[in-house]
Design a protein around this ligand. Structure first.
Ligand code: C2E
Ligand code: CA
Ligand code: CA
Length: 893
């Protein structure tokens, strides 16, 4: 009950500033009024008491003086009476004379006398004379020493005076005088407003008024013993004068209350008018401050606020200053808010979202970007976890905990959003979060930037996929393959298992590609890959190595037998023809297979052995599987291996020679250029054809080195000729792999720079399929070389199955008509074919070179057909440099 009451009281008193001020003021006035009243009453009663005491003292003083004076007067009168009686000497006479004389005298004088009764006693205390109406009674009552005597039957008190008196012959007697203390006695000494009573031994004997004495609060009552001048001890025997006096109240209580009340009321009015009004105004001004703050909190404009604060600002006091400061603060806050608004608007332009989270993950603030990301109208107050994919919530929580624990000062992470009906796909968000760390080190919140990275994520995934997979067949590419082989090898090493690595090359793919077109060729590769993959285990990897080459990785194999089973299965899988665009196509492949660890323990060795095995499989007529270990056992295999191993040596020792075959101008017969042809003579096997060792060098990775060696030596030779004034150009064969050796162009330019030769004196012979983007970017490489100023000749033109209409796409300077067409010149179809090639070449501004001219008739026919240059045994076979120089000299003569 009590707290309830207290609460109510508190509520009442704290109702409003003005009410509080009024209540405090009223309470103060009330307390002041009570205090004033009390103090005034206390003072009043004090004054009254003092007044009473004063009056009492005055009365006391007065009557203390009056009574002795009376006593003296009476005493003097008594003395005079005695003297008079003695002087008259009546008592010296005999009683008979004396008594009538005395009586007569006294009757004549007595009325004037103070004393109503008189006794005269002789020496033996015998009354000899008495006078006065009561004297008879008195003489019996009178005691010898009495000063006072009360006669009950008369209700009369007497003051008794005794004097010795000379009785003449009877000696000395005593004169007793009785002074009666009657009402009249008191009336004589009474003062105005006083009332006297005389009592004797508790018996009222006289009073000044007929009425009873006043009583009540305002009556002073003083008892004063009637002193007779005797010793104090005998005072008690005397009468007591009671003095009553009504004190006139100067200030009655009612009028006191009235006056004080009025004074308080006046004071209250004054206080109310001055302090109260001031308080009210001050409270009102403070209230406007409060109202202003409330208005601001409700989001009112600054203008409304300034209007509201107007009363508070009226006086230049603290409240006014506060109002001004408040306005200023508001202005600052508003401009901050404006800035923040701009900032947020700017932020809303961004795709990124800026958010602030509570420790519990509730969004406290968020830029519009976040609403966009999570597809909400307003995400404020919502837990961020509500929008996060159920599988990522734990991860995010764990990461946030590292921030709370102070383990990290910043985290960057990616997570998915909870799937929403608005978006069908997964939404990925990337965020960077920082803790809001309080001075005491406690994390009070989190802020950060979030970004929808779905597109980037998908792109990245795509890029990663692309980086590791072949775009056409979706098979792993070289990079992924190498990674998987490394893994497979390390696992196999531990488990003592075998790993099979098989190089697969489609047979005659070039032909298929050129016949059916690139797109069909691509589809064939896809179909082929699918067929192969279908017969593999899930752990096996089929990768695309490039072009029509594939690599099969068989990890974790138990035995050689198991590996052979797989390769056999693959061969079998290709027995049924492939279906391409509804057509049946029969494809075969050549495979070179190696086995870890028997054929090699590291990737490089395994790859080169597999390549060799595959090369051998091809050279053996294609459509077969060749195991490296089998190859070592068979005779042709051993020869192949021998050549392979000796080729490496020959290339490294620079034993490959550079020979030159002249190309002559068809009209003038002058030597126009020399085709550079590689020659290799091995001690055991004799001459090895470039058609054999060039592809071998390619597969062994020697072509870069070999090509450079040939280029260098041919350029050296050309330098010599040029020095001799023989302006013969060089036609150098460039194989596919050579062209794609990254540093090829760079090396070429350097060699030319070193020798100061003109770029135009070199013609690079590339085969038709290479020039026509057989491999991606092939055309680009050719274009790049041509831009550098080198001539480009399309070699073996006509064998590449490209349509003649594609000729304009080839960025070339010359066409080399293949030897097979030259052979068929005698046939009408062959002749018209060559004619067509020449016509087209002329149409596209290309020079033509005919190869394999072995006799004069053929040379003439070609001349007639309009061929620009001729090459063949008829003019000169390929020859070493010295011989070629000699040939040149005989020609010029
Ligand atoms: P190719 O570029 O078509 O070279 C012309 C081939 O025809 C040469 O064979 C040449 O000796 C031969 N030949 C020239 N005139 C006649 C003739 O009148 N009658 C006959 N029957 N043959 C003639 P070779 O030297 O055996 O070269 C074969 C292939 O090897 C070349 O064909 C070329 O593709 C390649 N090759 C030769 N040397 C190199 C080289 O240094 N680098 C590259 N990448 N390939 C080369
Ligand atoms: Ca050639
Ligand atoms: Ca050729």
């Amino acid at each position: 009950m009590e707290p309830c009451l207290r609460q109510r009281l508190t509520a009442f008193f704290s109702g409003g500033l003005r009410r509080q001020a009024y209540w405090h003021l009223a309470l103060t006035i009330l307390i002041a009024a009570v205090i004033i009243l009390l103090a005034a009453s206390w003072t009043l009663s004090n004054i009254r008491e003092r007044d009473l005491a004063l009056q009492q003292n005055q009365l006391l003083e007065h009557y203390s003086a009056v009574l002795p004076r009376r006593e003296i007067a009476w005493s003097t009168a008594a003395k005079q009476a005695q003297s008079r009686l003695e002087y008259l000497r009546f008592l010296e006479e005999p009683d008979a004379i004396a008594q009538p004389k005395l009586t007569a005298y006294l009757n004549a004088q007595w009325t004037l006398s103070e004393f109503s009764n008189l006794l005269i006693l002789d020496g033996g205390n015998q009354v000899i004379f008495h006078h006065g109406s009561e004297s008879d009674s008195l003489k019996s009552l009178f005691g010898e020493q009495a000063t006072w005597i009360y006669v009950p039957q008369f209700h009369q008190l007497y003051r008794v005076f005794q004097f010795p008196i000379w009785l003449g012959p009877r000696g000395e007697g005593r004169l007793i005088l009785f002074k009666s203390l009657s009402n009249s006695t008191l009336r004589e000494i009474v003062i105005p407003q006083a009332h006297l009573q005389l009592s004797y031994h508790g018996q009222l004997v006289a009073q000044s008024h007929d009425t009873p004495p006043p009583s009540g609060e305002n009556t002073l009552r003083i008892e004063l013993p009637w002193s007779d001048g005797q010793a104090a001890s005998e005072l008690a025997a005397g009468p007591m004068l009671e003095i009553y006096r009504e004190v006139v109240d100067q200030l009655p209580y009612s009028s006191f209350i009235l006056r004080t009340g009025s004074a308080i009321a006046l004071l209250t009015l004054l206080i109310w008018l001055s302090v109260g009004r001031w308080l009210a105004r001050t409270a009102y001004r403070i209230e406007t401050l409060g109202k202003g703050a409330r208005l601001y909190a409700e989001g009112e404009t600054r203008e409304a606020l300034v209007a509201e604060l107007e009363p508070a600002r009226q006086n230049a006091d603290e409240i006014g200053e506060t109002a001004a400061a408040f306005e200023q603060m508001m202005e600052t806050i508003q401009s901050r808010a404006q800035e923040q608004q701009y900032y947020l608007e700017t932020l809303s332009l961004l795709e990124e979202a800026v958010v602030e989270l509570s420790v519990a993950g509730i969004i406290l603030r968020a830029s519009p970007g976040w609403n966009k990301i999570v597809h909400r109208k307003d995400a404020i107050g919502v837990s961020i976890f509500e929008d996060i994919h159920a599988e990522d919530v734990e991860m995010l929580q764990t990461q946030l905990n590292t921030l709370f624990a102070g383990e990290k000062q910043q985290i960057s992470l990616r997570f998915r959003l909870r799937p929403q009906w608005v978006v069908k796909h997964e939404t990925w968000v990337e965020c960077q979060l920082l803790p809001n760390t309080h001075k005491n080190g406690k994390v009070t919140g989190i802020r950060g930037v979030l970004r929808d990275i779905t597109q980037t994520y998908l792109n990245e995934r795509q890029i990663t996929h692309m980086a590791l997979h072949d775009a056409l067949t979706e098979l792993p590419n070289r990079i992924l393959l190498e990674d998987r082989i490394k893994n497979a090898l390390s696992i196999a090493e531990r488990n003592r298992h075998l790993v099979g690595v098989c190089f697969i090359d489609l047979d005659n793919f070039k032909v298929i590609n050129d016949t059916l077109g690139h797109k069909a060729g691509d589809r064939l590769l896809v179909t082929f890959a699918e067929r192969l993959r279908a017969s593999l285990r899930s752990g096996d990897t089929l990768a695309r190595w490039g072009g029509d080459e594939f690599v099969l990785l068989l990890p974790d194999m138990q035995s050689m037998h198991a590996i052979r089973n797989v390769t056999e299965k693959i061969v079998q899988s290709l027995q049924p023809p492939l279906i391409l665009d509804g057509n049946e196509i029969r494809v075969t492949f050549s495979m070179g297979a190696v086995v870890y660890p028997s054929d090699g323990v590291d990737i490089e060795v395994l790859f080169s052995q597999a390549d060799r095995a595959m090369f051998f499989a091809k050279s053996q007529g294609r459509n077969q599987v060749c195991y490296f270990q089998d190859m070592e056992r068979s005779e042709p295999g051993r020869r192949e291996l021998y050549i392979q191993s000796h080729l490496t040596l020959a290339v490294n020792q620079g034993k490959i020679e550079t020979w030159f075959q002249p190309i002559v101008d068809a009209r003038s017969g002058k030597c126009h250029a020399a085709e550079v042809l590689a020659r290799w003579h091995d001690g055991e096997y004799g001459w090895v054809s470039p058609s054999t060792f060039i592809p071998m060098a390619e597969s062994l990775g020697l072509i870069g080195e070999l090509g450079l060696h040939i280029m260098k030596s041919s350029l050296d030779a050309a330098q010599v000729w040029h020095a001799r004034g023989e302006k013969v150009a060089l036609a150098v064969n460039i194989s596919k792999r050579q062209l794609f050796t990254p540093s090829f162009t760079q090396h070429l330019l350097r060699e030319f720079d070193e020798r100061g030769l003109e770029h135009s004196m070199l013609v690079l012979e590339v085969t038709e399929s290479v020039a026509l983007s057989d491999v991606q970017n092939g055309a680009e490489r050719v274009t790049e070389l041509r831009k550098a100023g080198f001539g480009i000749a399309i070699d073996d033109f006509g064998t590449g199955y490209s349509s003649l209409s594609q000729l304009h796409e080839m960025r070339a300077d010359e066409l080399k008509i293949d030897i097979s067409f030259v052979r068929r010149l005698d046939e009408p179809s062959g002749r018209s074919m060559v004619q067509a090639i020449i016509n087209l070449a002329q149409l596209f501004g290309l020079k033509t070179v005919a190869e394999g001219v072995e006799d004069a008739a053929t040379a003439q026919k070609l001349r007639d057909l309009g061929v620009d240059y001729l090459q063949g045994y008829w003019f000169g076979k390929p020859m070493p440099q010295a011989e070629f120089l000699a040939w040149l000299e005989t020609r010029s003569r």
